[in-house]
Design a protein around this ligand. Structure first.
Ligand SMILES: [Fe+2]
Length: 274
C-alpha cells in the first residue's frame, strides 16, 4: 500500500444532553441538526478510531450546542488514542472559557497565543510529512474568548502562525479552525482573511512547493465536504458537520506522498442508543 498520513476529522457535534436518544422530544431536531443522535454518532466515531488507528484525530469545535457540561464529550474524547487535538466553536463558548478548560482537563496545557487549544505538530509516515496547526478563532481583540459567529485571528496568533508556517520543514500545512477562512464571508473577519492570505503567499514564496489547507467547520455542510482552491498554494475545505441528519460522516483526510490530500468519509449513524 502506498504510504499516506490519515487524519480523522470531526466537526460540529452539537451535543445536547437533554434530548440525547429522544428523537420525539421537543427541540430534538432543528433544521439539519439532529440533536438526539449526536452522542450516538460521537461514540461510533470513537469506536471507529480505535479500530482504524489513524495517525491523528482532530475535532474542530461546537462539541456542545449550548450551555451544558463538557463531561459527555470529554468521556468520549478520553477514549481517543494517539495524537489528537481539539479547538472550540462559538456554541461551545456559550459556556465560560475557564470552565470548559477545566472540564476538558486542559488546565495544565501550555497557553499559546492566548489559547490552551492552539497547537502545532508534525506528522510523519515514512517519507510522507505534514504539519498540523490547530488554531483557536474565538478570541476577541481584548484577548478574551467569546462566542462570536465571525472568526478572528489576533496579532499574537498571526505571529505564532508565521513562525510555525515559515519555520516548519513540512511542505503540506493543514490549518484546522472552527470558522472557515474560505467559507461564507460573514463567518470570518475579512480583514483577517486578507492578512492570512498574504501570509500564505509569503510562505509559498519563501518555501516553494508549500501547500496550505484550511480545514474548517462552523458552516454546516452535508453530506460531503466543500472544497475551494482559492490560490495555487491555498485550498479551503469545509468539512461535513457531524450533527447533520440522522446519518452523517467523519471526514478522513489522507496526505499523499506528493503532498496533496484526498478526502473520504466514514459513516456515523443514529442507532437508537442513548
Ligand atoms: Fe456548528
Amino acid at each position: 500500500m502506498t504510504e499516506s498520513i490519515r487524519i480523522y476529522w470531526m466537526t460540529d457535534l452539537h451535543l445536547k444532553d437533554s434530548v440525547t436518544g429522544q428523537p420525539e422530544a421537543e427541540d430534538a431536531i432543528r433544521r439539519e441538526r439532529h440533536y438526539y443522535a449526536a452522542k450516538d454518532k460521537l461514540w461510533q466515531a470513537v469506536e471507529m478510531i480505535n479500530r482504524d488507528k489513524p495517525d491523528c484525530v482532530v475535532c474542530t469545535g461546537d462539541m456542545n450546542d449550548s450551555v451544558q457540561s463538557f463531561a459527555t464529550f470529554a468521556e468520549a474524547w478520553e477514549r481517543v488514542p494517539g495524537q489528537k487535538a481539539i479547538t472550540l466553536g462559538n456554541h461551545d463558548l456559550n459556556n465560560d472559557y475557564s470552565t470548559i478548560v477545566d472540564e476538558l482537563g486542559y488546565g495544565d496545557r501550555p497557553v499559546i497565543s492566548g489559547s490552551h487549544f492552539n497547537r502545532s505538530f508534525a506528522l510523519r509516515n515514512g517519507e510522507v510529512q505534514a504539519r498540523v496547526i490547530v488554531l483557536d478563532t474565538n478570541i476577541g481583540p481584548d484577548g478574551q474568548h467569546r462566542s462570536n459567529v465571525e472568526g478572528t485571528i489576533q496579532e499574537d496568533a498571526f505571529r505564532w502562525l508565521e513562525e510555525e508556517m515559515l519555520g516548519c520543514a513540512e511542505k503540506t500545512i493543514l490549518v484546522f479552525t472552527h470558522n472557515g477562512l474560505g467559507g461564507p464571508a460573514k463567518f470570518f473577519d475579512q480583514q483577517h482573511v486578507e492578512r492570512f492570505m498574504k501570509l500564505a503567499d509569503r510562505v509559498s514564496t519563501e518555501k516553494p512547493g508549500t501547500h496550505i489547507y484550511n480545514m474548517a467547520g462552523h458552516h454546516h455542510v452535508h453530506p460531503t465536504a466543500v472544497v475551494k482552491e482559492i490560490a495555487p498554494h491555498f485550498t479551503f475545505v469545509n468539512g461535513v458537520a457531524m450533527i447533520a441528519e440522522a446519518v452523517s460522516y467523519i471526514n478522513i483526510v489522507s496526505v499523499r506522498a506528493d503532498g496533496g490530500i484526498d478526502l473520504d468519509y466514514s459513516e456515523v449513524r443514529y442507532n437508537g442508543a442513548g
